[in-house]
Design a protein around this ligand. Structure first.
Ligand SMILES: O=C(O)CCC(=O)C(=O)O
Ligand SMILES: [Fe+2]
Length: 207
């Protein structure tokens, strides 16, 4: 991995350490983004995506009134070469966060997500009682283009002196968003265009 990448990651991790979140434009090259998007589109065409649910184990349920995206979980033991390349980058992020923040992160889980037009995900936290092991959320957007009129912002609710402050982040291709899963409530605003991403979580458990 290039030195440039090392530096980008170190700066980003410093921001996570200070603020609990970081947003990084152009985390991946355009070429790599297009390849990942092609792979995602291919899987989508082959019917590999399922309606996303909420909760885990017995508490799992599909609740389109809460979230209406479709996902495809990656198999950490059987990654494609492209997925493997992305996981290697995230492993560098993991190591760097451990060095700076001492979070004891040990593994990663991730899914492709597709929000069809009209879909959303209401305000939530990524860490809840059944998934205490989710410590850091990492989202990479794969969209070819995005404008505010397309909707679909990731709305983060940040602590502020007035109680809470809103930060809207548009899912522009190549952008990486990293935040502490237990600390930052967020939602996906209704999208008016198909919205593609990889969402993952660094965990403090082994596979
Ligand atoms: O895609 C996003 O911007 C956020 C997705 C999300 O909050 C989740 O999958 O838990
Ligand atoms: Fe989330």
């Amino acid at each position: 991995m290039s030195e440039n990448m090392d530096e980008k990651i170190a700066d980003m991790v410093q921001e996570v350490y200070q603020n609990g979140y970081a947003v990084l434009d152009n985390f991946i090259t355009e070429n790599f983004r297009k390849l990942l998007l092609d792979e995602q589109q291919d899987l989508l065409r082959h019917g590999q995506f399922r309606h996303a649910g909420i909760g885990k184990g017995d508490a799992f349920s599909i609740r389109p009134e809460i979230r209406s995206d479709k996902v495809m979980w990656m198999d950490s033991f059987n990654l494609t070469p492209l997925q493997n390349q992305y996981w290697a980058m995230i492993d560098q992020v993991r190591t760097s966060i451990n060095q700076r923040c001492f979070l004891g992160l040990r593994s990663f889980e991730a899914h492709f997500a597709m929000y069809p037009p009209g879909s959303f995900y209401l305000r939530h936290l990524d860490q809840f009682h059944q998934v205490k092991y989710r410590v850091v959320t990492i989202i990479l957007y794969l969209n070819d283009s995005w404008t505010p009129e397309d909707g679909g912002a990731l709305r983060m609710y940040l602590p502020s002196s007035e109680g809470e402050e809103i930060l809207d982040i548009y899912p522009e291709g190549g952008k990486l968003v990293v935040f502490l899963s237990a600390e930052i409530p967020h939602e996906v605003m209704t999208t008016y265009k198909e919205r593609i991403s990889i969402t993952g979580w660094l965990r403090d458990i082994e596979y």
